[in-house]
Design a protein around this ligand. Structure first.
Ligand code: FES
Length: 149
């Protein structure tokens, strides 16, 4: 899709993924500016409502990043995140949102290059998918009108 630049919301855990993205920035590694990172203490804090809210508010893609398995600072928060994301991917497919618009990755605190690469590849993937069907102003205005009745 020519000229389309996706809006990406990312939920990064504080201890590993956010530190990894920070390291990418310190190392001046390039990644697309399409992403807005929301820092959470643990990827286990991310739930289905937060992800759906991001799509509802206009995100074309949602990226969840946490510590590698076995390295979560809250024991198994990342495994909870994985379970939720996998479950939600199935739901997204059934409501017409391409499941590839949601991705989960593990990024460690020392993995600046992986953070940059993950952001770049996800942005490129969503760019190829085009705008989210939920971005339609028409859908939004129909729902707003229905709620006002
Ligand atoms: S603290 Fe990083 S995923 Fe739990």
């Amino acid at each position: 899709m020519d000229g389309f630049e996706p809006k990406i919301i990312a939920f990064f855990c504080n201890w590993c993924s956010y530190a990894g993205a920070d390291l990418a920035g310190i190392g001046r590694l390039q990644y697309p500016p399409n992403i807005r990172i929301i820092r959470l203490m643990c990827s286990g804090r991310v739930d289905e409502v937060m992800i759906l809210e991001a799509f509802d508010r206009g995100a074309d893609g949602v990226l969840v990043c946490g510590c590698h398995p076995g390295e979560c600072h809250y024991m198994k928060g990342n495994l909870s995140a994985r379970r939720r994301v996998m479950g939600l991917k199935c739901l997204l497919g059934t409501i017409g949102i391409d499941r590839d618009r949601l991705r989960l990755e593990w990024v460690g605190a020392s993995e600046g290059p992986k953070a940059a690469q993950t952001i770049s590849s996800f942005t490129q993937s969503v760019r190829q998918l085009g705008p989210s069907p939920l971005r339609s102003d028409q859908v939004s205005s129909m729902i707003t009108a229905a709620l006002e009745v």
